[in-house]
Write a protein that binds this ligand. Structure first.
Ligand SMILES: [Zn+2]
Ligand SMILES: [Zn+2]
Length: 388
Protein backbone atom coordinates (compact mmCIF):
# COMPACT_ATOMS: atom_id res chain seq x y z
CA UNK A 1 0.00 0.00 0.00
CA UNK A 2 1.08 3.56 -0.74
CA UNK A 3 1.38 5.61 2.47
CA UNK A 4 2.43 9.23 2.78
CA UNK A 5 4.48 9.77 5.91
CA UNK A 6 5.66 12.82 7.81
CA UNK A 7 7.82 11.69 10.72
CA UNK A 8 9.00 14.98 12.18
CA UNK A 9 6.12 16.60 14.06
CA UNK A 10 6.79 18.43 17.32
CA UNK A 11 4.38 18.98 20.22
CA UNK A 12 3.72 22.55 21.38
CA UNK A 13 1.91 21.79 24.62
CA UNK A 14 0.84 18.77 26.68
CA UNK A 15 -2.82 18.10 27.47
CA UNK A 16 -2.43 20.14 30.65
CA UNK A 17 -0.88 23.04 28.76
CA UNK A 18 2.75 22.49 29.76
CA UNK A 19 5.19 23.65 27.07
CA UNK A 20 7.12 20.91 25.25
CA UNK A 21 8.62 22.57 22.16
CA UNK A 22 8.62 26.11 23.50
CA UNK A 23 8.84 27.73 20.06
CA UNK A 24 6.00 25.61 18.61
CA UNK A 25 2.36 26.64 18.42
CA UNK A 26 0.17 25.67 21.44
CA UNK A 27 -2.35 24.29 18.92
CA UNK A 28 0.20 21.68 17.91
CA UNK A 29 -1.08 19.16 20.46
CA UNK A 30 -2.31 15.57 20.59
CA UNK A 31 -5.93 16.67 20.25
CA UNK A 32 -5.43 18.45 16.94
CA UNK A 33 -2.55 16.71 15.18
CA UNK A 34 -4.38 13.61 13.82
CA UNK A 35 -7.22 15.57 12.23
CA UNK A 36 -4.82 17.98 10.52
CA UNK A 37 -2.59 15.15 9.32
CA UNK A 38 -5.58 13.44 7.74
CA UNK A 39 -6.69 16.64 6.00
CA UNK A 40 -3.21 16.86 4.50
CA UNK A 41 -3.54 13.29 3.18
CA UNK A 42 -0.92 11.67 5.40
CA UNK A 43 -1.28 8.04 6.51
CA UNK A 44 1.82 7.87 8.71
CA UNK A 45 2.99 10.38 11.28
CA UNK A 46 5.92 10.50 13.66
CA UNK A 47 5.96 12.50 16.88
CA UNK A 48 9.50 13.55 17.78
CA UNK A 49 8.70 14.65 21.34
CA UNK A 50 7.04 11.39 22.40
CA UNK A 51 9.64 10.64 25.10
CA UNK A 52 9.27 14.05 26.79
CA UNK A 53 7.79 13.35 30.26
CA UNK A 54 4.43 15.12 29.81
CA UNK A 55 3.84 13.76 26.31
CA UNK A 56 4.71 10.21 27.39
CA UNK A 57 2.05 10.52 30.10
CA UNK A 58 -0.54 11.82 27.60
CA UNK A 59 0.24 8.96 25.19
CA UNK A 60 -0.16 6.39 27.96
CA UNK A 61 -3.57 7.87 28.68
CA UNK A 62 -4.51 7.57 24.99
CA UNK A 63 -3.42 3.93 25.10
CA UNK A 64 -5.41 3.18 28.26
CA UNK A 65 -8.56 4.79 26.89
CA UNK A 66 -8.24 2.72 23.72
CA UNK A 67 -7.54 5.65 21.41
CA UNK A 68 -4.13 4.24 20.46
CA UNK A 69 -4.46 0.73 19.09
CA UNK A 70 -1.22 -1.29 19.25
CA UNK A 71 -0.24 -2.98 15.98
CA UNK A 72 1.37 -6.44 15.98
CA UNK A 73 4.49 -5.21 14.16
CA UNK A 74 4.84 -2.13 16.35
CA UNK A 75 3.46 1.36 16.01
CA UNK A 76 -0.10 2.38 16.84
CA UNK A 77 -3.23 2.97 14.85
CA UNK A 78 -4.48 6.42 15.85
CA UNK A 79 -7.64 7.70 14.23
CA UNK A 80 -6.78 5.73 11.11
CA UNK A 81 -3.15 6.88 10.99
CA UNK A 82 -0.02 4.85 11.66
CA UNK A 83 1.67 6.58 14.59
CA UNK A 84 5.38 6.22 15.27
CA UNK A 85 6.77 7.35 18.61
CA UNK A 86 10.00 9.26 18.27
CA UNK A 87 12.47 11.36 20.20
CA UNK A 88 14.70 14.10 18.83
CA UNK A 89 17.92 14.81 20.70
CA UNK A 90 20.96 17.03 20.32
CA UNK A 91 24.29 15.25 20.41
CA UNK A 92 27.66 16.95 20.52
CA UNK A 93 30.53 15.84 18.31
CA UNK A 94 33.96 15.79 19.97
CA UNK A 95 34.70 19.17 18.38
CA UNK A 96 31.81 20.59 20.42
CA UNK A 97 29.61 21.10 17.35
CA UNK A 98 26.09 19.72 17.71
CA UNK A 99 23.65 17.81 15.56
CA UNK A 100 20.08 16.55 15.88
CA UNK A 101 19.02 12.93 15.60
CA UNK A 102 15.62 11.28 15.94
CA UNK A 103 14.95 7.74 17.14
CA UNK A 104 11.66 5.90 16.64
CA UNK A 105 10.47 3.05 18.85
CA UNK A 106 8.03 0.18 18.31
CA UNK A 107 5.86 0.80 21.38
CA UNK A 108 5.35 2.79 24.56
CA UNK A 109 7.02 0.20 26.80
CA UNK A 110 10.26 0.33 24.81
CA UNK A 111 10.01 4.11 24.52
CA UNK A 112 9.66 4.34 28.30
CA UNK A 113 12.68 2.13 28.81
CA UNK A 114 14.67 4.40 26.53
CA UNK A 115 13.28 7.55 28.20
CA UNK A 116 14.37 6.34 31.65
CA UNK A 117 17.94 6.03 30.40
CA UNK A 118 18.15 9.38 28.64
CA UNK A 119 16.27 11.49 31.23
CA UNK A 120 19.25 11.76 33.64
CA UNK A 121 21.40 13.02 30.73
CA UNK A 122 19.18 16.03 30.01
CA UNK A 123 18.67 19.30 31.87
CA UNK A 124 14.90 19.23 31.42
CA UNK A 125 13.32 15.96 30.22
CA UNK A 126 9.94 17.72 29.82
CA UNK A 127 11.23 19.79 26.90
CA UNK A 128 11.82 19.00 23.23
CA UNK A 129 15.19 18.30 21.56
CA UNK A 130 17.39 18.54 24.62
CA UNK A 131 21.17 18.50 24.63
CA UNK A 132 22.16 14.99 25.63
CA UNK A 133 25.10 14.53 27.98
CA UNK A 134 25.84 11.18 26.37
CA UNK A 135 28.12 10.18 23.50
CA UNK A 136 26.67 9.48 20.08
CA UNK A 137 27.75 5.86 20.42
CA UNK A 138 26.07 5.41 23.82
CA UNK A 139 22.85 6.95 22.49
CA UNK A 140 22.81 4.81 19.35
CA UNK A 141 23.47 1.66 21.38
CA UNK A 142 20.57 2.54 23.68
CA UNK A 143 18.27 3.15 20.70
CA UNK A 144 19.14 -0.18 19.14
CA UNK A 145 18.77 -2.03 22.45
CA UNK A 146 15.34 -0.45 22.84
CA UNK A 147 14.28 -1.80 19.45
CA UNK A 148 14.47 1.61 17.85
CA UNK A 149 15.61 3.06 14.52
CA UNK A 150 17.65 6.25 14.30
CA UNK A 151 17.73 8.89 11.61
CA UNK A 152 19.82 12.04 11.23
CA UNK A 153 17.44 15.02 11.44
CA UNK A 154 17.66 17.82 8.84
CA UNK A 155 21.07 16.32 8.08
CA UNK A 156 22.39 19.08 5.80
CA UNK A 157 21.32 22.27 7.57
CA UNK A 158 24.15 24.35 9.03
CA UNK A 159 21.85 24.75 12.03
CA UNK A 160 22.42 21.42 13.86
CA UNK A 161 22.46 19.12 10.86
CA UNK A 162 25.13 16.42 11.11
CA UNK A 163 26.66 16.99 7.66
CA UNK A 164 25.67 20.65 7.66
CA UNK A 165 27.33 21.53 10.95
CA UNK A 166 29.57 18.74 12.23
CA UNK A 167 31.18 16.16 10.02
CA UNK A 168 31.81 15.01 6.46
CA UNK A 169 31.24 11.35 7.30
CA UNK A 170 28.80 9.85 9.81
CA UNK A 171 31.66 7.59 10.92
CA UNK A 172 33.24 10.66 12.53
CA UNK A 173 30.21 10.84 14.83
CA UNK A 174 29.44 7.15 15.44
CA UNK A 175 31.66 4.07 15.65
CA UNK A 176 28.82 2.05 14.10
CA UNK A 177 27.35 4.61 11.72
CA UNK A 178 25.79 1.83 9.64
CA UNK A 179 23.18 1.54 12.42
CA UNK A 180 21.72 4.88 11.33
CA UNK A 181 18.70 4.01 9.19
CA UNK A 182 18.23 7.18 7.21
CA UNK A 183 18.94 10.83 6.57
CA UNK A 184 16.31 13.52 6.65
CA UNK A 185 17.03 15.87 3.76
CA UNK A 186 15.68 19.02 5.44
CA UNK A 187 13.94 21.94 3.78
CA UNK A 188 16.91 23.33 1.85
CA UNK A 189 18.33 20.14 0.31
CA UNK A 190 17.11 17.64 -2.23
CA UNK A 191 18.29 14.21 -3.35
CA UNK A 192 20.81 15.37 -5.95
CA UNK A 193 22.35 17.90 -3.56
CA UNK A 194 22.71 15.25 -0.83
CA UNK A 195 24.18 12.72 -3.25
CA UNK A 196 27.22 14.98 -3.76
CA UNK A 197 28.52 13.49 -0.53
CA UNK A 198 29.56 9.89 -1.16
CA UNK A 199 29.21 9.01 2.51
CA UNK A 200 25.42 9.53 2.27
CA UNK A 201 25.03 6.85 -0.39
CA UNK A 202 24.53 3.99 2.04
CA UNK A 203 21.56 5.63 3.80
CA UNK A 204 17.93 6.13 2.87
CA UNK A 205 16.90 9.72 2.18
CA UNK A 206 13.57 10.83 3.60
CA UNK A 207 11.67 14.10 3.77
CA UNK A 208 9.68 15.29 6.78
CA UNK A 209 8.16 18.61 7.75
CA UNK A 210 9.84 19.45 11.10
CA UNK A 211 6.43 20.97 11.91
CA UNK A 212 6.27 23.61 14.63
CA UNK A 213 2.61 24.39 13.84
CA UNK A 214 -0.47 22.60 12.51
CA UNK A 215 -0.15 24.45 9.19
CA UNK A 216 3.34 23.15 8.51
CA UNK A 217 2.48 19.46 9.05
CA UNK A 218 3.10 17.64 5.77
CA UNK A 219 4.99 20.48 4.07
CA UNK A 220 7.51 17.74 3.25
CA UNK A 221 6.75 14.02 3.29
CA UNK A 222 7.87 10.65 1.98
CA UNK A 223 5.79 8.20 -0.05
CA UNK A 224 6.35 4.67 1.26
CA UNK A 225 5.27 1.34 -0.18
CA UNK A 226 4.35 -0.76 2.88
CA UNK A 227 2.95 -4.30 2.83
CA UNK A 228 0.72 -3.23 5.74
CA UNK A 229 0.75 -0.66 8.55
CA UNK A 230 3.30 -1.10 11.32
CA UNK A 231 6.60 0.08 12.75
CA UNK A 232 8.62 -2.85 11.42
CA UNK A 233 7.10 -2.57 7.97
CA UNK A 234 8.21 1.08 7.92
CA UNK A 235 11.72 0.15 9.14
CA UNK A 236 12.01 -2.52 6.42
CA UNK A 237 10.85 -0.09 3.74
CA UNK A 238 13.52 2.36 4.89
CA UNK A 239 16.17 -0.32 4.49
CA UNK A 240 14.71 -1.52 1.20
CA UNK A 241 14.21 -5.00 2.65
CA UNK A 242 10.49 -5.17 1.91
CA UNK A 243 8.40 -2.48 0.26
CA UNK A 244 10.43 0.69 -0.01
CA UNK A 245 10.47 4.40 -0.57
CA UNK A 246 8.48 5.41 -3.63
CA UNK A 247 9.36 9.11 -3.66
CA UNK A 248 10.40 11.97 -1.43
CA UNK A 249 8.21 15.05 -1.68
CA UNK A 250 10.22 17.97 -0.40
CA UNK A 251 10.27 21.69 -0.92
CA UNK A 252 12.21 22.95 -3.86
CA UNK A 253 15.49 23.68 -2.01
CA UNK A 254 15.34 27.28 -3.23
CA UNK A 255 12.28 27.72 -1.02
CA UNK A 256 14.15 26.60 2.10
CA UNK A 257 15.19 29.07 4.78
CA UNK A 258 18.89 28.27 4.50
CA UNK A 259 19.41 27.59 0.78
CA UNK A 260 22.17 30.19 0.16
CA UNK A 261 24.52 31.92 2.57
CA UNK A 262 23.37 35.25 3.95
CA UNK A 263 25.20 38.16 5.57
CA UNK A 264 23.05 39.67 8.33
CA UNK A 265 25.27 42.74 8.46
CA UNK A 266 24.85 43.61 4.77
CA UNK A 267 21.48 41.86 4.26
CA UNK A 268 23.18 40.19 1.33
CA UNK A 269 22.14 36.83 -0.12
CA UNK A 270 24.93 34.87 -1.82
CA UNK A 271 24.77 34.39 -5.58
CA UNK A 272 26.85 32.67 -8.22
CA UNK A 273 28.39 29.23 -8.69
CA UNK A 274 31.01 29.30 -5.93
CA UNK A 275 30.34 28.51 -2.30
CA UNK A 276 30.18 31.64 -0.16
CA UNK A 277 31.50 31.18 3.38
CA UNK A 278 32.45 34.82 4.17
CA UNK A 279 30.52 37.88 3.09
CA UNK A 280 31.89 39.09 -0.27
CA UNK A 281 31.03 42.70 0.68
CA UNK A 282 32.13 43.14 4.33
CA UNK A 283 34.26 40.02 4.78
CA UNK A 284 32.29 39.12 7.91
CA UNK A 285 30.68 35.80 8.82
CA UNK A 286 27.58 34.58 7.00
CA UNK A 287 24.66 32.38 7.97
CA UNK A 288 25.89 29.47 5.91
CA UNK A 289 23.59 28.16 3.18
CA UNK A 290 22.97 24.45 2.64
CA UNK A 291 23.96 24.83 -1.02
CA UNK A 292 27.19 26.60 -0.04
CA UNK A 293 28.07 24.08 2.67
CA UNK A 294 27.44 21.10 0.37
CA UNK A 295 29.43 22.70 -2.44
CA UNK A 296 32.26 23.16 0.05
CA UNK A 297 32.35 19.60 1.40
CA UNK A 298 31.19 17.61 -1.62
CA UNK A 299 33.27 14.79 -3.01
CA UNK A 300 31.02 13.85 -5.96
CA UNK A 301 29.57 15.91 -8.82
CA UNK A 302 25.90 16.88 -8.50
CA UNK A 303 23.96 14.55 -10.73
CA UNK A 304 20.66 12.79 -10.73
CA UNK A 305 21.14 10.16 -8.05
CA UNK A 306 19.93 6.61 -8.48
CA UNK A 307 17.27 7.11 -5.88
CA UNK A 308 13.53 7.23 -5.62
CA UNK A 309 12.47 10.47 -7.34
CA UNK A 310 12.58 13.74 -5.43
CA UNK A 311 9.37 15.58 -6.19
CA UNK A 312 9.47 19.32 -5.60
CA UNK A 313 6.50 19.85 -3.35
CA UNK A 314 4.90 23.16 -2.51
CA UNK A 315 2.45 23.37 0.38
CA UNK A 316 -0.78 24.92 -0.85
CA UNK A 317 -0.50 27.79 1.62
CA UNK A 318 2.90 28.75 0.18
CA UNK A 319 1.37 29.49 -3.22
CA UNK A 320 0.81 33.21 -3.77
CA UNK A 321 -2.72 34.27 -3.00
CA UNK A 322 -3.76 31.17 -1.03
CA UNK A 323 -5.02 32.17 2.41
CA UNK A 324 -6.83 30.10 5.02
CA UNK A 325 -10.22 30.66 3.32
CA UNK A 326 -9.20 29.38 -0.10
CA UNK A 327 -7.36 26.51 1.58
CA UNK A 328 -10.50 25.45 3.51
CA UNK A 329 -12.67 25.73 0.39
CA UNK A 330 -10.32 23.55 -1.67
CA UNK A 331 -10.13 20.86 1.00
CA UNK A 332 -13.85 20.92 1.71
CA UNK A 333 -14.78 20.53 -1.95
CA UNK A 334 -11.92 18.54 -3.48
CA UNK A 335 -10.17 16.25 -1.00
CA UNK A 336 -6.91 16.18 0.94
CA UNK A 337 -4.11 18.69 0.35
CA UNK A 338 -1.95 16.01 -1.29
CA UNK A 339 -4.83 15.14 -3.63
CA UNK A 340 -5.34 18.79 -4.53
CA UNK A 341 -1.63 19.21 -5.28
CA UNK A 342 -1.19 16.02 -7.32
CA UNK A 343 -4.35 14.31 -8.53
CA UNK A 344 -7.44 16.54 -8.55
CA UNK A 345 -8.17 17.84 -12.07
CA UNK A 346 -7.05 21.38 -12.85
CA UNK A 347 -10.58 22.16 -14.05
CA UNK A 348 -12.01 21.28 -10.65
CA UNK A 349 -9.37 23.45 -8.93
CA UNK A 350 -10.14 26.30 -11.28
CA UNK A 351 -13.87 25.97 -10.53
CA UNK A 352 -13.25 26.32 -6.79
CA UNK A 353 -10.36 28.78 -6.64
CA UNK A 354 -9.99 30.34 -10.08
CA UNK A 355 -7.66 29.89 -13.07
CA UNK A 356 -4.62 31.64 -11.51
CA UNK A 357 -4.31 29.04 -8.78
CA UNK A 358 -4.96 26.13 -11.12
CA UNK A 359 -2.12 27.42 -13.34
CA UNK A 360 0.18 27.60 -10.34
CA UNK A 361 -0.67 24.04 -9.32
CA UNK A 362 -0.03 22.96 -12.91
CA UNK A 363 3.39 24.63 -12.62
CA UNK A 364 4.11 22.73 -9.39
CA UNK A 365 3.13 19.45 -11.08
CA UNK A 366 5.40 20.08 -14.06
CA UNK A 367 8.25 21.64 -12.05
CA UNK A 368 7.92 25.03 -13.73
CA UNK A 369 7.72 27.34 -10.75
CA UNK A 370 9.69 30.57 -10.54
CA UNK A 371 11.33 30.92 -7.17
CA UNK A 372 13.46 33.61 -5.51
CA UNK A 373 15.88 31.66 -3.29
CA UNK A 374 15.81 31.79 0.51
CA UNK A 375 18.64 32.17 3.01
CA UNK A 376 19.59 33.45 6.45
CA UNK A 377 16.37 32.14 8.00
CA UNK A 378 14.04 33.62 5.36
CA UNK A 379 12.06 31.29 3.11
CA UNK A 380 12.37 31.52 -0.64
CA UNK A 381 9.43 33.01 -2.46
CA UNK A 382 7.32 31.86 -5.38
CA UNK A 383 6.98 34.78 -7.73
CA UNK A 384 3.87 35.73 -9.61
CA UNK A 385 4.10 36.01 -13.38
CA UNK A 386 4.55 39.83 -13.39
CA UNK A 387 7.56 39.69 -11.03
CA UNK A 388 9.50 37.37 -13.29
ZN1 LIG B 1 16.03 19.53 15.03
ZN1 LIG C 1 28.45 41.48 4.88
Amino acid sequence: MLVYGDLHIHIGRTREGQPVKVTASPQLNLEQIPQTAKEKGLGLIGLVDAACCGVLRDLQRLLHTGQLKPLTQGGYLWQGLLLLLGHEVEIAHKTGKEAHFVAFFPDLTLLERYAEHVAPCMTNPFLSTQKLRMSGDAWLKLVVESGGEAIAAHAFTPHKGVYGNCVRKLGEMFAHAQLIAGLELGLSANTSMAAQIADTHSYAYISNSDAHSLTTIGREFTAYDLPSLGFRQWAKALKNLEGGIVATHGLDPLLGKYYRSFCRNCQLLAEGDDPVLRCPRCGGPVVCGVWDRLREIRDMPEKAAERPPYISHVPLMMLPGVGPRTYRQLLKKLGTEIEVMYTVSLEAISDVAGPVLSEQIAAVRTGNLHILPGGGGKYGRITKAQER
